[in-house]
Write a protein that binds this ligand. Sequence first.
Ligand SMILES: Nc1ncnc2c1ncn2[C@@H]1O[C@H](COP(=O)(O)OP(=O)(O)OP(=O)(O)O)[C@@H](O)[C@H]1O
Ligand SMILES: [Mg+2]
Length: 354
Amino acid sequence: MTSVRVERLYKIFGPQPTELVRRLEAGADQEEIKAAGATAAVVDASFEVGEGETFVVMGLSGSGKSTLIRMLNGLLTPTSGQVLVDGEDITGMSAPALRAMRQQKMSMVFQHFALFPHRTVLDNAGYGLQIRGTSKSEINEQAREALSLVGLEGWEERYPQQLSGGMRQRVGLARALAAQTDVLLMDEAFSALDPLIKREMQDQLLNLNAKLGKTIIFITHDLNEAMRLGDRVAMMRAGRIVQVGTAEQILNEPADDYVATFVKDVDRSRVLTAASIVEPQATAPPGEDPVPSDTPMADLFTRMSARAVPVPVVDEQQRVLGVVTPAAVFKALCREVPAVGDGEHAEIEEASDV
Ligand SMILES: Nc1ncnc2c1ncn2[C@@H]1O[C@H](COP(=O)(O)OP(=O)(O)OP(=O)(O)O)[C@@H](O)[C@H]1O
Ligand SMILES: [Mg+2]
């Protein structure tokens, strides 16, 4: 499996980029860079993405997300810093070596699908293998398998224009999967889709990756999407990564006002899960059906509205992790609402002792 590490990465567009990196290191701000007629698209980015991790890069338009991801697979050369893929620095690699690295290790899924209109779904899905010179029969076999993974069995001989947007993006995903690389780079891959289809695609990606265990670097400007998909989320602002953390950490301990403002509108009831409020306990209270640790707060709330009692939480192997109490659910959901007095918490606490 492949891991990706980034060390003090910079990308400056414009004149005298190296000199501007020096000035940024010495404390220059974006205004100063702008005054020099340049753009600091990525500034001092460092992070590591573990094998099998889904790492989401989140930020407003122009914050540097695409520039960052393009440096990860060598489509852009950093002004300074290192990109280590499996421990090997790719920043000094020749173009052919980079191409080979991409083919072996990293596939990309694009925002606007990037399908060839005159090729069938099967040929589109096999494209990544074709440019690698794989045999026709092997290409077709792997492309068919990838299409069936994304639920497009039976559509192999159709053309992109006969497909809906969601299906086209499934072909894009199948193309990346057929290449059988360990790493998937996804730059706003679901942004062009309708909200419902987008959600379906997110579910599909989560289900698929529970099986495949790929390392995914996913870019989005949709915070709900970031929190849903990411094992960890990196928050980018004006080229800098201002916070890296789990959804819970970012929601509950935003690093600065920018992040705090960003997360204000997030749907806490969907993002926060039982895992974040479980109170460790070796045995479950008898008589209550357990819930998995990734159960969203909204579902816990619904259940506890019917009966306000502590609920056991279990891991994937059905081992008891502890319990969640109605009070903890209530508190997690109402964190931003100062009007909730301690009295009400106490009432819920009391109800949970039934
Ligand atoms: N080739 C380039 N030449 C000059 N400036 C560039 C180039 N590519 C990007 N930029 C600038 O770098 C900054 C970061 O751009 P980037 O595309 O990485 O942002 P982004 O976060 O992906 O935005 P979006 O959400 O709109 O896709 C922007 O100010 C952009 O104008
Ligand atoms: Mg972009």
